[in-house]
Structure formats: C-alpha cells, structure tokens
Design a protein around this ligand. Structure first.
Ligand code: GLP
Length: 259
C-alpha cells in the first residue's frame, strides 16, 4: 500500500485524476466510481480535463460501488442520480455504460448476482475509487462485513445514517438498507484508490492503513491488495504512526514509478 500525504484536497483531486486519466487512455477502460463528498474534486478535475484537454470517456464502462434500497434512479439522492449529476452529465461517458445496483428491484439478491455478473462480463474493474466512512466502511460495507463478501444487501449503522443525513431532509429520510459491492468484489479491482480528507476521517484512516487487517475496519482490506493507493490530507493523516516514512518514500519516489 502506498500512502500519499497531500497538502490540499485539490492536490488529491489532481492525483486521482492522473490515475483515472492513465486508465482512460488504455483500450476498453472499466472504471469504478464512488459517491459521497470525497471524490468530488477528482470528478471536477476530470471534467476540466475533458473540457479543456480533450480527455475522453467515450470507450469507458463504469460501475458504482453501491446504492440505497428503495430509491428509484430518478430520486436526487440515489447514487445513480448523484453520479449522473456530479460526473456523467459533464463528460462523454455513455449513460448506458454506467452501471449501478438497482435498489428498487423486487428480488434484491438476484439483482446483486446480476450486478456481479455484469462486472465479470466487463472483465473486472481497472481502477476503483473509494471514500471511507467514519466507521471504516468502504462502499456500504459496514464493520464486521465479511472480508470476502460479494455484492449484497446490507443494513446501515445508525452512525452512517447520521453521517449521510446531510444529503437528505432529515435522518428519517435516509434509507436503512443498501446494496453494495462486497469487500471481495472491491478487492478484485486491479487498482484501489482511497481518498480521505479532514480530521473526522483520521481515526478511520489510521485503523484502515496501520491497524490489524480485520472486519472491524472494513477498509483494512486494502492491506491485502497488491496495488492500493491512499491519498489523504494532513488532517486525515494526523493519526498515522508512520507518516514520516510515507513522506520520506514520496520525496524519494523514483521518477519512473507512477501511482
Ligand atoms: C457513503 C458511501 C461511501 C463513502 C462514504 C463517505 O457512505 N457509501 O462510498 O465513502 O459515504 O462519504 P464522504 O466522502 O461524503 O465522507
């Protein structure tokens, strides 16, 4: 795992955009998208590069991590709508090639199996963007999710519902259930890119990066991955014991080595 401590959220956005740009320049790219506020600056930078530098998403296929159960794609806070609003509407990514689990399906386990098969048929995900919840969740894999779990329905913790209430009128409007790629599904993406900013994420980041590999902190599954990059700002890095080493490694990063 490579931990990159950045001076600003904008710098994180540029690094993530670099990783995605590299993936998008390869043939038939399959990109994994995340919602929440953490990825927004990266999306804004990708949109800027599309408009000003001709970066194209035309051949790409995209998969979302998760979706709320019971919210139709037309609901403004469904993750399908959020990703349309924040990214897809502003670039040349074909909406028909942007996939998310359908939280309104009548048979939710069957919908999850369909989603897994769709990812497999696309040849797997080249690069998957991840935020992190204050309880260490990635996607909507709450603590004690199986480290080898697949896409499935989950029940949100009350903490996560509180954290996400800011996007809804009130916490009562935040759905209790979700569909999420599992930790095993996420772990099959060829490159995992986790982004976190702010003091509120510091504890979760420290548990994920330097704590034990444990279902108690679902994001710790990144420790098992052969190619995981964690971009954090100083505040989110503030509980890391090995921060000096990460800075040292970055300062001496060989020119030929990308992220
Ligand atoms: C939600 C999403 C996660 C995201 C998390 C953190 O729970 N399902 O994918 O990582 O929120 O969100 P934020 O980046 O807004 O802090």
């Amino acid at each position: 795992m490579e931990v990159v401590i950045c001076t600003s959220a904008e710098e994180i956005g540029r690094h993530v955009a670099d990783v995605y740009e590299e993936a998008l320049r390869r043939p038939d790219p399959v990109i994994g998208l995340a919602t929440g506020s953490s990825p927004l600056l990266a999306y804004q930078e990708l949109i800027r590069r599309h408009r000003e530098e001709g970066l194209s998403f035309a051949g790409a296929t995209a998969f979302l991590l998760d979706e709320y159960v019971g919210l139709p794609a037309a609901h403004p806070e469904s993750y399908a709508a959020v990703i349309r609003r924040e990214l897809v509407d502003h670039v040349d990514l074909a909406p028909a090639r942007v996939h998310s689990p359908d939280g309104t399906a009548t048979d939710l386990p069957a919908e999850c199996a369909r989603y897994e098969a769709l990812i497999a048929r696309a040849g797997g995900i080249d690069v998957q963007l991840l935020g992190i919840g204050t309880d260490g969740h990635v996607g909507f894999n709450e603590p004690m999710s199986s480290l080898s779990s697949r896409t499935r329905p989950k029940t949100l913790t009350e903490q996560t519902r509180q954290d996400n209430a800011r996007f809804f009128g009130s916490v009562d409007d935040v759905p209790r259930h979700v569909l999420t790629q599992g930790l095993g599904t996420i772990g099959e993406a060829r490159h995992l890119v986790l982004v976190a900013t702010g003091e509120g994420k510091a504890e979760a980041v420290a548990a994920a990066v330097e704590g034990p590999l444990s279902a108690r902190c679902p994001a710790s599954v990144l420790q098992w991955h052969p190619h995981a990059t964690v971009f954090v700002d100083e505040a989110a890095a503030s509980h890391l014991d090995f921060a000096d080493y990460y800075r040292h490694a970055l300062a001496h990063k060989p020119k030929w080595q990308g992220f």
